[in-house]
Design a protein around this ligand. Structure first.
Ligand code: RFL
Ligand code: PHB
Length: 385
């Protein structure tokens, strides 16, 4: 088999890149390790920046997004009993959209056949070859081979693409947090119209949603926490406690899904080597506090698709050479925002009474400062491409 761009991974980065390339007539094939059913069932992010929804509108893969996406004009930061509302729309002129990553993924997969985007599911043992030559190729399963002009590594944090960058050129930067998020999804109405991020003495909590009848909640739990320590009743009690005034309005229900995700900040530079380009979680990870991970995957592939299309349409390699620097500049700013919001809203085991008062003083400062609220709002809504 031969193609122009071989994409590894059918997450948001790989699927969006595939559609953007196909819309410009560039040939591509996606190789995905998991089955379609597995990928479509994965519960992940929930908040889309305008840069991400703009891509879906541009592709015309937006019918369900338009019908079911919830525009959100602000969110709350809670310390104890007080809610500081960040009025994102008033402060920036823009809103975010609550629409699950699961739904984005399903929409992109459903639109693939009619747009000539081939996805090979359950492609085991994908390996990258000759990425620094002009004729790279992929192999998988029992000796299947795909020759290609370029490889796009969109295979998430644990995929093989990043490891194909020679150790001598790869620089990585990492911060692992001593806690994770325990998430619960339930078919109950949300406790508030807006998302609420709470910093309680017991730790962080987040009230989010997928629709007017489906809620998504998270609490901070210690590293290595076991799920059987958190039967549903205990989890609902803890959410009600940590979420402040909104906690009293929680409607409880059976869990559709419960999982624990570790928190990490990670960046790999450069995001390109030879004919291999990295995009999304394979090149960088943010803690979910800023709701940036999926949106960074989308902005990476906005840059990468423009660069590849420039190459095929105009023979122009300038954007390809500039990809890593351009994408990483936006990534680092989202890393900073996600790290700072994580530090502000979580309890760190090494922190004492002083650090706790620093958090409360910062929240108090934010409550009284339009400048501080604007800085949060413009990062949350997404920095421009
Ligand atoms: P993905 O989604 O991990 O997709 C990678 C794909 O590559 C496949 N793969 C392979 N395929 C072939 N061969 C191999 N050897 C392969 N190895 C892996 C995988 O099966 C998979 O299909 O990466 P991508 O596309 O870069 O997308 C990144 C986002 O998924 C991620 O950043 C977000 O989910 C992060 N995130 C959030 N981001 C937001 O923008 N807003 C949010 O509100 C938000 N909330 C969250 C989140 C992530 C969370 N977890 C579970 C980590 C909330 C949580 C709890
Ligand atoms: C979610 O709804 O899953 C979600 C929302 C906001 C975040 C993280 C996760 O910051």
């Amino acid at each position: 088999m031969k193609t122009q761009v071989a994409i590894i991974g059918a997450g948001p980065a790989g699927l969006l890149l595939g559609h953007l390339l196909r819309a410009a007539g560039v040939a591509c094939v996606i190789l995905e390790r998991q089955s379609r059913a597995y990928v479509e069932a994965r519960i992940r992010a929930g908040v889309l920046e305008r840069t991400t929804t703009d891509l879906l509108h541009r592709l015309g893969i937006d019918a369900r997004l338009n019908a079911e996406g919830l525009p959100h004009h602000g969110f709350g930061l809670v310390d104890g009993e007080r809610t500081v509302r960040i009025d994102v729309a008033a402060l920036t002129g823009h809103a975010v959209t609550v629409y699950g990553q699961t739904e984005v993924t399903r929409d992109l997969i459903a639109a693939a056949p009619e747009r000539g985007l081939d996805i090979i599911w359950e492609a085991g043992d994908v390996a990258l070859h000759d990425v620094d030559s002009s004729a790279p190729f992929l192999t998988w399963a029992d000796g299947q081979r795909l020759d290609t002009d370029f490889i796009a590594g969109c295979d998430g944090f644990h995929g093989p693409s990043r490891a194909a960058l020679p150790a001598a050129v790869q620089k990585s930067f990492e911060c692992v947090y001593p806690f994770g998020w325990l998430g619960i999804l339930a078919d109950v109405p949300p406790c508030d119209d807006e998302l609420i991020y709470a910093n309680h003495d017991n730790g962080f909590a987040l009230a989010s949603m997928r629709s007017p009848t489906r809620s998504r909640y998270y609490i901070q739990v210690p590293d290595g926490e076991r799920m059987d320590n958190w039967p549903d009743d205990r989890l609902w009690d803890e959410l009600a406690l940590r979420l402040g005034p909104a906690g009293a309005r929680i409607v409880r229900g059976p869990a559709l899904e419960k999982s624990i995700a570790p928190l990490r900040s990670f960046v790999c530079e450069p995001m390109q080597h030879g004919r291999l380009f990295l995009a999304g979680d394979c090149a960088h990870v943010v803690p979910p506090t800023g709701a940036k991970g999926l949106n960074l995957a989308a902005s990476d592939v906005a840059y990468l698709s423009a660069a590849l299309i420039g190459f095929y349409h105009d023979g122009d390699e300038a954007l390809l050479h500039g990809y890593s620097a351009r994408a990483a500049a936006r990534v680092w700013k989202a890393e900073r925002f996600s790290w700072q919001l994580t530090k502000l809203m979580h309890r760190f085991p090494e922190d004492g009474r002083f650090e706790r008062r620093m958090q409360l003083a910062e929240l108090d400062y934010i409550a009284g400062s339009v400048a501080a609220q604007t800085a949060i709002a413009e990062n949350y809504v997404g920095l421009p491409l």
